[in-house]
Design a protein around this ligand. Sequence first.
Ligand SMILES: [Ca+2]
Length: 173
Amino acid sequence: ISLKKGLDMFLLLLVPALVYICYVDIITCHYELTNVAYSKPVTLSSLFDNDSRYIGSKVVNGLFSDLIATTAERSPWLRIDLGARFEINEIEVFARTDCCVNQLHDVDFKVGGSIHHMHRCGHYTGPTTAKGQRIAVFCPRNTIGRYVQIQITKGPSNYLTPAEVLVWGVKVN
Ligand SMILES: [Ca+2]
């Protein structure tokens, strides 16, 4: 085997190997998702009874035993400020674990770069039927944003009362 042929053979093997490594790296990156909502600031459209037990931070504290609660509104919402831009893969919402299992219904999941430009990334009609029930949406590919908003969009009078929201994403530059 000549040197040139050997070199050709080497390149022939090297190029696919590099392509494969890059491909695997993309796959790896895709699965390096973390809950980017944990401990981030949360704004609520209103606070039930002005009771500090139900403030926004309770929905990103990692505990399923507590919850947020708005007053009864037509379209109550919560909004998480992730503090930076993230590519968002999945949003999970967990119903309260104490009672009132049907309070989560007709939920819009929105993501945006600013609070004035939010795009719907999914919808859950429901209602939930079990304490602590998990609902989840997968955002379209390349959904990038800093703010995540969860909002009830139907019915005359609703309480928004999830126990926890998890946002699975990867930071982008
Ligand atoms: Ca909680």
